[in-house]
Design a protein around this ligand. Structure first.
Ligand SMILES: C[S@@+](CC[C@H](N)C(=O)[O-])C[C@H]1O[C@@H](n2cnc3c(N)ncnc32)[C@H](O)[C@@H]1O
Length: 241
């Protein structure tokens, strides 16, 4: 009997890890969010993400959502676009191409040395560009290099009042709980009404989003989602004050 009990204890300590319960809770959270907010589902896919080529992942899950955003934010508008997680600049350039007004501003935040800690099955440093920022001839795009935790406060302090009055679109694409939670709370000091994109809602992003929106009692709408294995992956919505 003693041996059986010890064996069960050993097994549960291996299975019921913190990571396991976090994954379980975020699965429940994101499914609940979809059920409550009922966004328009623009694409669905299923299977093992590792078996997908990056281009088809982009086509099926990301571009389907991104291409519908102009139905909510007119492309002639002056926008303030902030992107958290830039890597080689694919997404920031996509939105700069869409929103051509000369007064629109695009800021991309990244260490450019990859993740500051292990993330999902990726190791610290994954997505590093060895410190190089993406090349662009679009002078409206600017990059802010460093940890969000080190650069965002100063950036927000110096941001012109005129910029803050523009239509704000914020793209969260650093799928770490720490980075996403910090960014959401820091932005809250300056912005209450803004459009958002979460690129990997199926990861720690949704737990951070849930903790933030519950603790601040922030109301929000969810307009669009692409679904991966029947749970939301890329989502687009708006925080309301
Ligand atoms: C998935 S990649 C971004 C991909 C990009 N948005 C695209 O569509 O091509 C995530 C990026 O987040 C950055 N990142 C993660 N946590 C960060 C933090 N706390 N501060 C700064 N950059 C961070 C990593 O360096 C990495 O380049």
């Amino acid at each position: 009997m003693y041996l059986i009990k010890t064996f069960i204890k050993f097994l549960s300590s291996k299975i019921l890890t913190l990571k396991f319960s976090e994954r379980l809770s975020q699965n429940i959270i994101r499914r609940n969010i979809i059920a409550q907010k009922n966004p328009k589902i623009v694409s669905t896919a299923a299977g093992n993400p590792k078996s997908f080529k990056i281009n088809s992942w982009n086509e099926i899950l990301r571009y389907k959502v991104w291409k519908k955003i102009p139905e909510y934010i007119d492309t002639s508008k002056d926008i303030l676009y902030l992107e958290f997680g830039v890597w080689e600049g694919h997404s920031i350039k996509f939105f700069a191409e869409k929103y051509k007004s000369k007064n629109s501003e695009f800021y991309g935040f990244d260490t450019f040395y990859g993740f500051p800690e292990d993330c999902l099955d990726m190791k610290k440093g994954h997505y590093s560009t060895s410190g190089d920022i993406p090349k662009t001839s679009d002078s409206r795009i600017k990059f802010i290099k460093g940890l969000f935790q080190e650069t965002l406060t100063d950036f927000l302090e110096k941001l012109a009042t005129e910029s803050k009055k523009k239509t704000v679109l914020i793209h969260f694409d650093a799928p770490l709980h720490s980075a996403t939670l910090f960014t959401l709370f820091k932005l809250d000091e300056k912005f209450k009404n803004y459009y958002f994109i979460f690129d990997q809602f199926g990861t720690d992003e949704c737990r951070a989003f849930n903790s933030y929106s519950q603790s601040t009692m922030r109301e929000y709408d969810l307009f669009l989602a692409s679904m991966w294995n029947r749970a939301p992956e890329v989502v687009f919505g708006k925080f309301n004050s």
